[in-house]
Design a protein. Structure first.
Lengths: 547, 137
């Protein structure tokens, strides 16, 4: 029995929806084969081409390290400084587009058809959104960025309150403090989540309501039509696999270096590549267990555990640093964000290029290069939500949580710097010298029980990496299986191990920086892609309303 | 002796199930039991169906075909799973209870080295349920 018999059921999601009429059958280009005892079900040629080109690029980075790091080291800043206006302008469009979806009637459309019910509870859903979206970044930048923007990068020309001799310039304190938080929240609030929301919504809509395979190319159906199943689509999917795998592998490599720095800071474990290789192997091994346990038993459980630990750490810092003061920071930061979001997001005629190009445009390219991965994962777990509910939960709630997180960690750190500039470890690690991986631990050092909280922070960093590695393997496996989400499990295992191996090879041979710069460079073409997606979503939603 | 025989089917590979299907049908005819065909699909569009509802219809049609072909009473029950590559066993175990089956007849492969890592679905069902299970190899 096969699916060729057309008389066996009319394609219909639960309730009304507007299925796209295509002759393409999911899996028609797949190769089902047996390698030894393991069954495989992979897309031809996406699986092979992505796998081989990833290996080729790793060899390139290893064989010609100077050339690779020279080229990509030039390319990335060249793109973010030349196209800063494009990144900023596009991100603004994504935010406005998402906000419009909340208020317009098309927000009523339900992903999966009018009668679909949500697959996950709010808690599980939200934990997974968050862990995949930015968990690890909050750990890394929560202290670094607010302090840096307050004291060094001078967004919108707000002067630093720290004089060159290290004393405090009282007149600058209030404005710089607010700007430190507002400029950070801008990078972690509405804009990044709008980027994720656009990709996730496009994939969810075209898969659950239009009946196309859950893979990146499906979102391009309105633009390319049936050609999307040919080479155009192959290239889109291969690019997405590429960005996801290298994005994950390079951050795994850097993450191991960060975790190692933390371990040295807390336990005096020396910083060495062998410790880092052990960390990558350990993270990959835990990720493998999670992969084998599947979506519900693996990623979901880990994400929920991580949410709990992160919430506990947040509450601890909140109370240890003075809840009243932090809540004031939260409201001040929130108000400053609302007040400054327009000038901060203005793409033209800016003089604070250090902040705008070095941070904002870099971040936007970074979030956008991650968006195929995070967007696809969010789509996978969001069936059954209405578009309005989806946008509120993917855009507004995570933004609020990020504001609270940044206000708490950044606020506590800024308070330490301003209260005792000479004795502050944060000032020593962020302002006097630039040691990003240590910044969080330096802040925790200024609070009680720092030994315990530092260990918790290291655990949190590691588990966030496990969830990224796990959900990344799931996403890559689905794309390289042509949108089949039930391909044999050994394939996921392969991608999870492959990602760890690429990270280790790049760590030992050098080239992490070059390839990460390459991934961020993919942000530019993907920005165009995302703008097209907005249009595709709009068309798709209108058709859905008419259905 | 048996009233309801649950037969897990993979509609995508029905040709490989021929022996198990025949065996289940013979038993159903012998005991006057109902064969309940159970299928598990993805919530995302798959090669068989673009929605869970479409899959359920295909499975129902399959069950009807079997009824006509083998002259037995049949039913069908489709499940949609978040992650069927991993959740198949728990879903089938849930189905044993929900279909009130007293016998499970299912196809299984000859064990190989991979079964140490990923036990066969049939083996796993037989281990975790208290109803009778017949694995057809």
């Amino acid at each position: 029995m096969s699916d060729t018999s057309d008389d066996q059921g009319i394609p219909a999601p639960e309730g009304t929806a507007d299925i796209i009429d295509t002759d393409y059958t999911i899996g028609q280009d797949n190769i089902e084969t047996q390698i030894g005892p393991f069954g495989l079900d992979i897309h031809n040629p996406v699986f092979l081409v992505s796998g081989l080109s990833i290996i080729a690029f790793v060899f390139y980075a290893l064989a010609l390290p100077e050339q690779a790091s020279g080229f990509f080291g030039w390319l990335r800043p060249a793109l973010t400084s030349t196209f800063d206006w494009f990144f900023l302008g596009a991100a603004n469009i994504f935010v406005l587009f998402c906000l419009a979806l909340i208020v317009l009637p098309v927000g009523n459309v339900r992903l999966g058809g009018a009668e679909a019910t949500p697959d996950y509870s709010y808690v599980g859903w939200f934990a997974m959104l968050f862990a995949a979206g930015m968990g690890i970044g909050l750990m890394f930048f929560g202290v670094l960025e607010p302090v840096y923007h307050m004291a060094i990068s001078e967004p919108l020309g707000v002067p630093s309150p720290i004089a060159e001799d290290g004393t405090i310039i009282a007149a600058n304190v209030d404005a710089a403090r607010e700007m430190g938080l507002a400029a950070t929240i801008y990078h972690w609030g509405l804009h990044p989540w709008a980027i994720y929301a656009v990709v996730a919504l496009a994939l969810a809509l075209f898969s659950y309501n239009k009946g196309l395979p859950l893979t990146i190319r499906s979102a391009f159906y309105p633009i390319f039509g049936e050609r999307v199943w040919g080479w155009v689509g192959h290239v889109i999917d291969i690019l997405a696999v590429f960005a996801t795998l290298f994005g994950l592998a390079t951050s795994l490599g850097f993450g191991a270096q960060q975790a190692n720095a933390g371990l040295e800071h807390v336990f005096g474990i020396p910083v060495s590549t062998s410790v880092q290789v052990i960390l990558i192997t350990g993270i990959t091994a835990i990720a493998l267990v999670s992969v084998l346990r599947g979506l519900d038993g693996g990623v979901k459980v880990l994400s929920e555990i991580n949410m709990l630990i992160a919430a506990a750490l947040l509450l601890f810092v909140l109370f240890a640093a003075g809840a009243a003061a932090i809540m004031t920071e939260f409201f001040d930061g929130f108000v400053a964000y609302v007040k400054d979001i327009v000038p901060l997001s203005n793409p033209f005629g800016r003089e604070d290029t250090g902040y705008m190009q070095g941070w904002t445009a870099f971040y936007w390219a970074w979030w956008i290069s991650w968006s195929p991965f995070v967007g696809m994962f969010i789509a996978r777990v969001s069936r059954g939500r209405t578009v309005r509910e989806f946008v509120v939960c993917v855009l507004l709630i995570p933004s609020l949580v990020c504001i609270l997180w940044m206000a708490t960690f950044g606020g506590a750190a800024i308070e330490q710097v301003l209260a005792d500039p000479a004795g502050s470890a944060v000032k020593a690690q962020v302002i006097d010298s630039y040691n990003p991986p240590i910044s969080l631990f330096a802040m925790l050092e200024g609070l009680p029980l720092s030994g315990l909280t530092s260990v918790i922070a290291i655990v949190l960093v590691i588990v966030f990496f496990v969830t990224s590695s796990d959900s990344g393997s799931l996403v890559i496996d689905t794309i390289t299986a042509g949108g089949k989400v039930d391909a044999p499990v050994p394939q996921r295992v392969f991608w999870c191990v492959f990602e760890g191996a690429v990270a280790i090879v790049l760590l030992l041979g050098g080239g992490l920086g070059a390839l990460q710069a390459m991934v961020i460079s993919t942000g530019l073409p993907f920005t165009v892609v995302l703008l097209l997606m907005c249009w595709a979503i709009w068309r798709g939603l209108l058709a859905e309303r008419r259905a | 002796m048996f009233e309801r025989i649950m037969v897990p089917v993979d509609l995508g590979h029905a040709e490989k199930l021929e022996k198990a299907l025949l065996c289940a049908a013979d038993l159903a005819a012998h005991y006057g039991a109902t064969a309940v065909y159970v299928g598990v699909t993805t919530e995302q569009p798959s090669s068989l169906a673009r929605t869970p509802a479409e899959y359920a219809q295909k499975l129902a049609a399959f069950a009807e075909d079997q009824a006509k072909l083998r002259g037995i009473a049949t039913e069908s029950k489709a499940y949609a799973s978040h992650d069927p590559a991993v959740d198949l066993d728990p879903t089938l175990l849930k189905a044993v209870g929900e279909t009130r089956a007293d016998l499970v007849v299912m196809a299984s492969h000859i064990p190989n080295i991979a079964d140490h890592l990923w036990p066969s679905n049939g083996g796993s069902i037989a281990t975790h349920t208290d109803v009778s299970v017949l694995l057809v190899r």
